[in-house]
Design a protein around this ligand. Structure first.
Ligand code: OAD
Length: 244
């Protein structure tokens, strides 16, 4: 029997009152677009692939051909995917609340394609190429197994943040400023296991925001409100209720 998604009245009231809503999204938001998450036991990417080989600077230097093959495969996969009801509803929220800050750990561009052009890319972007040595952005030649930087000849790499690397400074500052300023903070489709992104919820809570988790398999880590539904069900429903 399917559960009915009921949005608690105190959450709707807080959203109606809030001057600033901050949303953190993770891989679960793109799951309904057919993009695999990272940590789910059956189809999570890290069940089949080794993050140390594919998502660290050391892994890249060890075998750049392998890393490029994997990221080209992911680029093709997400380029074919379409934004789903959750991406679209999050973009709609921007015109409902006075201020929305969207922070995404996703590198797949699906929020942007749904109309959230101001999304803060906390973990970079899958479709950017940049030089491993001089950090200049380039454009990878698809003919080259390991494309090269036009400026210094170094190896180009995908513009995503790997384990052990720093979050881009602007993304970090803007995200933590938003978390400490917002009235409502929502963590949607994330396992909340990867820092520093997971710490945004703690900063929001410490600053007095109502914290909300939307996840069919909730992490239950002290959020004030937990909606155990898929993002593509819960968020359009919230938008619908706020619009009334
Ligand atoms: P995870 O794979 O760790 O977690 C995905 C979460 O989405 C899980 O808690 C699922 O229960 C939930 N989920 C699945 N389907 C959902 C749906 N339809 N609606 C809502 N939630 C759903 O992904 P992240 O938390 O994003 O980092 O992982 C964080 C970071 O770890 C990623 O950005 C990536 C990864 O290693 C880098 O690549 C640097």
């Amino acid at each position: 029997m399917t559960k009915t998604c009921v949005i608690p009245e105190p959450l709707l009231a807080a959203l109606r009152d809030a001057q600033h809503l901050c949303i953190l999204t993770g891989a679960g938001v793109s799951a309904e677009s057919g993009v695999p998450t990272f940590r789910e036991a059956q189809d999570g990417l890290w069940a089949d692939y080794d993050p140390l080989q594919l998502a660290t600077p050391e892994g890249f230097l060890d075998n750049p051909e392998l890393v490029w093959r994997w990221y080209r495969w992911r680029r093709e996969l997400v380029a074919k995917a379409q934004p789903n009801a959750a991406h679209i509803a999050i973009a709609e929220l921007a015109s409902i609340v006075p201020q929305l800050t969207l922070v995404t750990q996703n590198v797949d561009n699906l929020h942007q394609r749904a109309g959230s052009h101001q999304a803060i890319e906390f973990h970079g972007n899958l479709f950017i190429d940049r030089c491993f040595d001089c950090a200049l952005e380039g454009s990878a030649d698809p003919q080259q197994d390991v494309p090269r930087c036009e400026s210094c000849g170094g190896k180009l790499r995908p513009g995503v943040v790997w384990f052990g690397e720093a979050i881009p400074e602007d993304a970090m500052n803007q995200s933590f400023a938003a978390a400490s300023d917002c009235g409502v903070f929502m963590a949607i489709g994330t396992s909340s296991l990867v820092q520093p992104a997971a710490g945004l919820a703690d900063v929001a809570a410490a600053s007095g925001a109502l914290t909300v988790e939307i996840n069919p398999d909730p992490v239950r880590r002290g959020f004030d409100v937990v909606l155990d539904f898929e993002a593509g069900t819960a968020i359009p429903h919230i938008v619908d209720m706020l619009g009334r």
